[in-house]
Design a protein around this ligand. Structure first.
Ligand code: GLU
Ligand code: ZN
Length: 296
């Protein structure tokens, strides 16, 4: 079977500025796409207005430009897709695949993230309630291009999961699957913090009849205290004047070859070098990299 022509994406959430960890993810997806002459899109995952930092959307795009990234076509904003997400949720509610849940955070405490199914058969009205999707008692598996085989039993490890929050906000899991399909994504390259979201996404793809993309999860950068880089405190925007040097550092983090003089070059030159030398097989095959282990 011949593969569809490569389409990849970078899908930042504007809950903060671009930080070094997100630069590594952006770079990996960009190089993986461009190395095979593929398309590369940027999608703004702005599903959560209360958590959005004002100005972050524009700042992210400005930083990407300053770092030499060029994307194909307009930026898709998830905030413009709410009707489509809601239509699918309404359909699943009508068919009984999805159901309303009014469990409080307190009621769900102690179940370790696994939903115990309390509201499964209660037939609650879908107002002032979260909406959950029923999951099958099945293993979902895929072979990640860097992390290898990953499998998760949805019933035992996750349980029926939220697709719309009680406050009406659409869950990331649903939006990402619908948009990756809409945009014809063949390849998802992103941080390894989303490795264990992938089985849920495979399940939603199956429900929606969408083909599964290939996956490549790059190591997540963690701070010495074990926190994900850029999440435990608000990182400032990446400095445009250090674009060359930080891109070279991101290349090294991805295990790619570099040259000493490269750090002095314009960002577009560094990206062109990265495209010409890209080898996904060199990416460290670990889910986490501590900042202390990173090349300087
Ligand atoms: N918006 C997500 C994030 O910033 C990434 C989603 C994805 O790549 O699937 O963490
Ligand atoms: Zn419930």
């Amino acid at each position: 079977m011949s593969r569809r022509p490569y389409v990849g994406r970078f899908a930042p959430t504007p809950s903060g500025y671009l930080h070094f960890g997100s630069l590594v993810a952006a770079l990996a997806s960009y190089l993986d796409a461009r190395a095979v002459g593929g398309r590369w899109l940027v999608r703004m995952e702005d599903l959560d207005p209360p958590r959005e930092v004002p100005g972050a959307q524009a700042a992210i795009l400005t930083t990407l430009e300053a770092y030499g990234f060029e994307w194909d076509g307009p930026v898709l904003r998830q905030s413009e897709r709410l009707d489509a997400y809601r239509a699918v949720i309404a359909q699943w509610l009508a068919s009984g695949l999805a159901y309303a849940c009014d469990c409080s955070r307190k009621q769900l405490e102690g179940s370790g993230g696994l939903y115990p199914g309390h509201c499964r058969n209660r037939g609650l009205p879908a107002t002032d309630a979260a909406i959950r999707i029923r999951v099958p008692e099945l293993d979902y598996r895929f072979v990640d291009r860097v992390q290898g085989e990953f499998r998760q039993h949805l019933g035992r490890a996750v349980g029926d999961f939220v697709i719309q929050r009680r406050d009406g906000l659409i869950a990331y899991q649903l939006a990402v699957v619908m948009d990756d399909a809409l945009q014809g994504m063949t390849d998802v390259v992103r941080g390894a913090d989303l490795l264990d979201s992938t089985p849920r996404q495979l399940y939603l793809q199956e429900l929606l009849g969408h083909p599964a993309p290939r996956y490549l999860h790059v190591p997540l950068l963690i701070q010495p205290d074990g926190h994900k880089l850029g999440k435990s405190y608000r990182s400032p925007p990446l400095p445009p004047e250090q674009a060359g040097a930080l891109l070279v550092r991101a290349l090294r983090t991805l295990g790619q070859p570099t040259r000493a003089e490269l750090a002095e070059e314009a960002p577009a030159k560094v990206l062109a070098w990265g495209v010409a030398h890209w080898d996904a097989a060199l990416i460290p095959r670990v889910p986490h990299l501590a900042e202390a282990q990173l090349p300087a």
